[in-house]
Ligand binder design. Sequence first.
Ligand code: M6R
Length: 613
Amino acid sequence: MCGIVGYIGKANAPSALIRGLRRLEYRGYDSAGLAVLDGGRIEVAKAAGKVSSLQDRTRELWDQDFFNRITTGIAHTRWATHGPPTEVNAHPHLDQSGDIALVHNGIIENYRNLRSRLEAKGHHFHSETDTEVLAHLIGDCDKGDLFQAVCDALHQVEGTFGIAVLSSREPGKIIAARRGSPIVIGVGDGESIISSDASAILAHTQRVIYLDDNDIALVTIDGVDIRDLNNVPVTREVAELTMSESAAEKGGFEHFMLKEIHEQSEALSNAIRGRLDLEAGSSVLAGMGTSPRDLAELTRVVLIGCGTSLHAGLVGEYAFEDLADIHAEVQQAAEFRYRNPIIGNCDLVIAISQSGETADTLAAVREAKQKGAFVMSLCNVVGSTIARETGRGVYLHAGPEISVASTKAFTCQVAVLLMMALRLARGRRLSREDGLALAKDISAIPQLVQKVIQQEAHIAELAKDYTKNDHAFFIGRGPMYPVALEGALKLKEISYIHAEGYHAAELKHGPIALLEKGTPVIALACDIPGKDKTIGNVEECRARGARILGIVTEGDQEAADCMDDYIMVPRCHPLVATIPAVVALQLFSYHVARLRGCEIDQPRNLAKSVTVE
Ligand code: M6R
């Protein structure tokens, strides 16, 4: 989604801004722009398309002297919501006077009313965006104090925003503010950097301050002064970033997605390390923050998320019910928010989100808190809004996930959910013996995953036969059903092959009508309860000419013989087996997409962090 960078310091600001924007490219965007202060003037450069086009544009417009003397600016990557991804709609937007520039993430919901009001006062707009309206509103409120003008304008705004504002009348400062859209400020040595994402700050400093909702910050070369929208000072802690710059690089892999698939062993080790109790057959998750008494009083677990995180929640549902003997259910965050869910104080609500910024999941968290549930989060991005608003939960420690297609976050989400379920289960009815068996298999996950990754050459070879189809079906039962859903999502989002995941039993209730000679059916046929029935469904598909790729358990030649092609994954606990199985599907999807020449890390129309409803 949209990305913000602001720079104020001593260095060449256009270069710092472009470098920051490059760090945000992975979020998905379709135009870019920047505004810089040159003495008493604001200069703007914009381009539809990629940051490289914006960089070319700046070189056409400005010479080296200009680059060297500019030390303050704001920049943006836009993912179109209001108006197409054209140069004129790209940010920054200027106010009526042309003295104030603004970049904005989020949506101004009452922009039509504001626009009509401003037009009645003689304002003239150039773009179709809600952001230009906010720029004009700030200009309209400006009576000689930019900070106060931004406060006054934001009081009139309904919706969400993360913003950075610049005025040629008040050089030496950038104003930043947030409501519902993240803003983080890097406090460097003689420079300050504003961004919507900490990864754009790493090149400058590890010391950052996260703004809370309704915070407004005066950012200068010397630091940050933060207030609320009533201009009352507030204190925010300086945090230390733990990710390194190299973690945001491709490290020799052709794509971030492949790098992140390969990183899974290590990511899973980090997610699991120190969290298993191999004596008690349980787990130690301090962030859950529940006493054994609280755990015993819970009557239901509700897992909420979107996309891949929702699929991880579906595996969690099986784990909580099966292990902890507690009613568990998964709800789509977008639906949860509006359906007036029945939630009470004996419900544990777990919000699952890699980014910790997904708008629907965040709204669902607020709704669950409002209704008195015991809410916790499972996020990857440290300090993200969902992690902070829930206040308790467990971080994945998967490291930065740059590729839009989620891979290592999914496997770490499942691993952590299994540990959460194990902890709850041991406080309820699971025996030490059964707890130990599961804990041992969880501790072996990094090695199990490595065994699948070692088969990459075989999987890449298989992929060659699956690149020409328009459709594919993924089927599974029990905990392998969500794996089928996730496999289909991975294939469709990066290869643009239409893929659907179904419960294996569901095919014959409709979708089987679509099978033709050669239609790929990817069957999750690992040796877990229900396998024989899945193999029965495979036979039904074969009888109709489908080409079957089976994910089967190592040594299960009988199952392998029922398939046209197969990938073997190691034998382990049925819930744990979801992780190596999905890794096989991630590699399969990656190689199909690569052979089809797709833009794997930034698939069309997609964004890494979905901060709009
Ligand atoms: O950051 P989140 O986990 O909340 O994101 C939710 C979905 O947008 C995300 O999982 C999406 O489905 C994946 N990028 C797909 O690979």
